[in-house]
Design a protein around this ligand. Structure first.
Ligand code: ZN
Length: 371
């Protein structure tokens, strides 16, 4: 084999494995996955008193809001409400049903016109989301998940047809929104006989069963009562630990609407749990989960109120180079603290008698000091 062709092969290999996580090839045959069902029992590295935090920010548990089917309610209500509370969600899209970019341009223009004249009337104009809306949501930190092309019943289909729906959903997310789907949500929570094998080969995580289902509140129930019930379930997660996913469909119109007022109240209450419950899109939690369970922690030197450590990646996957929280006990609450790597400051905050330092796994050492 000549040198140029060897070099060419190396470039292809690097492109598929390291340089371009969007390449479909990088996903085939993946051997590691994040699994909410076993998340509570997984352990992470610790050396002396220094440890990696099981969940970002050293929170007790993780929770991902998953909204199914990509409905008008999601762009009209869910996304603005989440963002007003500093939260981000996972939106499971049926890619074949998402409208092309320009499909609703006239309706959007009319809504914008009405917003100046009659905001109440404008608020009632419902515009079905198109790919440009979902692209914008992804840019702002929401996750777009694969919910198949056409939402069929996998249990009644051939393996070939199921595979086409799963791979086609990934292709649809890439073509429509320019994103790589890392989360799969089974249509009707079905995976068929062999669908899960295909999902595993191409995704980091998936939802089996409904997770926490929201459903329709009982007739006549006050919104505040519904919200309080839902919030109590999230509070229970903090005690239980681990990682839990949700299933929510419609808010006002469509399948199992939860009600707008109850939803707004609940999201504000959920956000208030944020110092103990990590609420983030499923793909983001999956990446942290995989990275932290495999990362290696080494404390190289300790001094009074200073230490030097390394956090090295355990898996060779660029998708898993995400900030991990390193927890450093300081005995008493520090007055000030710094963390640097190769001269650059890392995010570092004082939380009681701990420092929380955000470190992306890598080869170079991190210097931490406090007083
Ligand atoms: Zn669905």
């Amino acid at each position: 084999m000549s040198l140029p062709s060897i070099a060419g092969l190396l470039i292809v290999a690097a492109g598929a494995v390291a340089a371009d996580p969007a390449a479909t090839q990088a996903w085939v045959g993946r051997q590691y996955h994040a699994d909410p069902k076993t998340a509570a029992s997984a352990t992470v590295a610790s050396v002396g008193g220094v440890r990696l935090a099981r969940w970002s920010g050293d929170r007790a548990a993780a929770f991902s809001f998953i909204f199914d089917d990509g409905s008008t309610d999601h762009t009209a209500i869910v996304i603005p409400v989440l963002e007003a509370n500093g939260l981000r969600g996972t939106f499971a899209l049926v890619t074949g049903r998402v409208l092309p970019d320009t499909a609703t341009a006239a309706a959007k223009a009319e809504k914008a016109r009405q917003a100046e004249k009659d905001p109440a009337k404008a608020a009632r104009i419902r515009v079905q989301p198109s790919w440009d809306d979902w692209r914008a949501a992804a840019v702002r930190g929401h996750e777009l998940a694969n919910h198949s092309i056409s939402h069929p019943n996998f249990a009644k289909m051939t393996d070939e047809a199921v595979t086409a729906e799963i791979i086609g959903g990934l292709d649809g997310l890439r073509a429509g929104a320019g994103v790589t789907g890392v989360t799969f949500v089974g249509p009707g929570n079905q995976y068929g006989k062999n669908g899960l094998e295909v999902v595993r080969a191409h995704h980091l995580c998936w939802r089996i069963g409904g997770g926490i289902g929201y459903g329709i509140p009982p007739a006549g129930e006050e919104p505040a009562t519904s919200a309080a019930k839902w919030t109590a379930r999230l509070q229970a997660l903090i005690t239980h630990g681990g990682w839990t996913l949700s299933m929510i469909h419609a808010i006002t119109e469509g399948y199992e609407p939860v009600g707008e007022q109850a939803f707004r109240l609940h999201i504000a209450q959920a956000a208030a749990l944020g110092d103990r419950l990590w609420i983030a899109p499923a793909g983001e939690v999956a990446r942290y989960d995989l990275a932290v369970r495999h990362a290696r922690l080494a404390v190289e030197s300790t001094a009074a109120q200073a230490l030097r450590l390394r956090v090295e990646p355990g898996l060779d996957d660029p998708l898993l180079l995400v900030p991990l929280t390193v927890v450093v006990p300081t005995g008493a609450a520090a007055a000030s603290a710094t963390a640097t790597r190769a001269g650059a400051a890392l995010p570092c905050r004082i939380a009681g008698e701990r420092l929380l330092v955000e470190v992306v796994p890598g080869a170079s050492a991190v210097e931490i000091a406090w007083r």
